[in-house]
Design a protein around this ligand. Structure first.
Ligand code: FES
Length: 119
């Protein structure tokens, strides 16, 4: 189920916002990076820190607490201390709005197409 997060003009390239769907406890970090929109689980898999407080660069969202950066395409961290991925979500732009499919959250596996593409 796609849910409107914001208008795409409200999220500039290089920005990330935290979005909590109605009735959910876990937030989603919605990111605009390198001209594309992405959504990943907001809770860092290392220390439960909010990833939306971090920094975006080259389709990675860096956790401000210990520096692991999560690939927005796969949800996997690029370096220690985090070793586990976070969920990724489907995103689309419709009539200028950023929509996230809140029911699409999933952990990618090493044989997933997105994961293999970057290895
Ligand atoms: S809490 Fe995110 S890397 Fe440690």
């Amino acid at each position: 189920m796609y849910v409107r997060v914001c208008n795409s003009t409200e999220l500039s390239d290089g920005e990330v916002i935290r979005f909590v769907p109605d009735g959910e406890e876990e937030g989603i970090a919605v990111c605009h990076s390198d001209g594309e929109f992405f959504a990943i689980g907001d809770k860092c898999s290392h220390g439960n820190w909010s990833l939306s407080e971090g920094f975006l660069e080259n389709c990675h969202l860096e956790c401000v607490l210990h520096g692991s950066a999560f690939d927005l395409r796969t949800g996997w961290p690029d370096k220690l201390p985090a070793t586990k991925p976070v969920k990724i979500y489907d995103v689309k732009i419709e009539d200028g709005d950023v929509l996230v499919d809140v029911s699409s959250g999933r952990i990618t596996q090493p044989d997933d197409e997105n994961f293999a593409a970057q290895r």
